[in-house]
Write a new protein. Sequence first.
Length: 498
Amino acid sequence: MFEALSASLSSAINSLRGRGKLTESNMREGLESVRTALLEADVAYDVVDGFLDRVSAGAVGGKVLESLDPAQQLVGIVHKELVDLMGPVDHSLHLQAGKTTILMLCGLQGSGKTTTCAKLARRIKEQGREVMLVAADLQRPAAIEQLAVLGRQIGAEVHLPEKPAGRDDYSGTDPVAVCAAGVAKAKAKSIPVVILDTAGRLAIDEPLMKELAKIDRSVGPDQVFLVVDAMTGQDAVRSAKAFNEALELDGVIMTKLDGDARGGAALSVKSVTGVPIKFIGTGEAVEAIEEFHPERMAGRILGMGDVLTLVEEAQRKFDQDEMRRQEERLKAGEFTLEDFRKMLAQTRRLGPLGKVMGMIPGMGGMKEMLGDADLEKDMNRLFGIIDSMTPEERRNPSKVIDQSRRRRIATGAGVELHEVGDLVKQFDGMAAMMKGMAGLGMADRMRQVQRMQAELANPAARLARPKGDTGKRLTADERRKLKKQREKEARRRKRSGK
């Protein structure tokens, strides 16, 4: 998400490092690169111009704050303006006790509207409220069956339209009547939330807008959300503007931000329409939906990480009973390779490792060092090594595993002999580190991981073998990157006084 934009902005800001003061001359150079980065990300021209005017006004001639260089000062200014550009956002669905709340979702075909209905319903059910889904997208017959399948998957009732007598399709069925009937059924059953999956089109047209406006007047939804595809760039912004003029939207839900979207729509939609993005879709699975936090998104774009979202996902997706058992073992001074394996398995629930690393402050450099390394494949290799050990070997690897055992484990896991040796050597330091984290909260543990990064001799080797090498020595290019990373971390610690 936003990887190209993040890299371009980081490059533009880094060009100002070493300057004693932000001046019109060096700012013009830096901001021109920022402009290029934003336009390449498909941010609207007017939005880019206004954004850069505000950044320039806040930065040019500003005195460098104590312990900050111009690049850091600019990061702070850009972060603030990005937050203002995308926010503020009210994430509440305004669900009312003792009343059936009606949520209406609309959007073009292919935006992920039907799947988003199920994602939103699942999120509401997690809060302890029942939900009814209403299949009112009669333009795409497959949408009705899709919603029925998704409803069964999340355990939500789905109100389906009836086909007219003598017909095999829904031609002639009134979507307004379908929505009204679904709402009436939900009220009769005292179901507190109804989500309407309305019809889409391949493009905005007058019949679609009239149909949606008629549903709006007929059932009076409490909230109207537009689902847009982030990968359509400025088309998503134009769609939001048109739908908002017809329906007065309460929010936007942006999908496919997990793909190779350039991200311009996310930066433009609030500024152009005045309607905030409330949620973002980050995958196909029904649980892949997040609240949209402008300050966190700005942090991700600027490579500052997003620990809060990572912690929230961990609290929601981790096995809390297993977490408590691990905590008790750590407090008792126990940490084995079996515990390490369970910890990695828990981490996998948060999504691809590349995504998780990108959300931890300071880990952006590690992602670059890993390059094209297949993190998931390398984690499987670690699992294979641990699974090939006996219980005693997992408990005391450095004391028990000798050369003959290493050969047996390497053969069983299908890995090189030195990979087993590397894991055994690293385990003692890893165990001490984990025991030191006992009693810390999730956020503090994430920060501890950040601090540890500078102390690791070879961060990339912890999960991945250096590509094109034996795994024992780093290439010259990798050594240069590692040295640069260490120097960067040393400067950061010196500035922060740590």
